[in-house]
Design a binder for this molecule. Structure first.
Ligand code: ZN
Length: 142
């Protein structure tokens, strides 16, 4: 496996560890309210809908669709190889459950709004615990 590109890595805390390390087992994970089923992202101590505190970590399917995207050609900051696709994807599990991510493993020209994608994880070993950045690639199976 080649070296992952440089990224500014998230700071892993007890509150978001499930999200940034779920990729170790191939799982895209969110906090979910056990009372009304709301996925809570970014992680928060209470459900934004019912204000309940009964939250548990649950994995989602890893499927998503491209909501909006831009292709970046300018090296305006240290980051992935150019050009790269910066996108917001929405998960089918809940309206408004979105991630800002990169679309990878495809020609940037081929990315379009509404395109089905699926999660893959880019592992970074930094400090005492590995971080798994969720990225998305075209989902050829749909
Ligand atoms: Zn709730």
């Amino acid at each position: 496996m080649s070296e992952p590109p440089f990224r500014i890595l998230p700071r892993v805390t007890d509150r978001n560890r499930h999200f940034w390390t779920g990729g170790a087992s191939g799982r895209l994970q969110f906090l979910r309210c056990q009372d009304d089923g709301t996925y809570v992202h970014p992680p928060a101590p209470r459900c934004p809908k019912c204000r309940g505190k009964h939250l548990e970590v649950e994995a989602v399917s890893g499927q998503a669709t491209v909501l909006t995207y831009s292709v970046n050609f300018q090296p305006w900051m240290p980051g992935p190889e150019l050009p790269f696709v910066l996108a917001i994807v929405e998960l089918p599990e809940q309206e408004g459950l979105r991630l800002t991510t990169n679309i990878v493993n495809c020609d940037p020209e081929s990315v379009e709004i509404g395109m089905p994608v699926r999660v893959i994880f880019e592992r970074h070993d930094d400090g005492e615990e590995s971080v798994y950045i969720p990225l998305f690639e075209p989902n050829a199976e749909t």
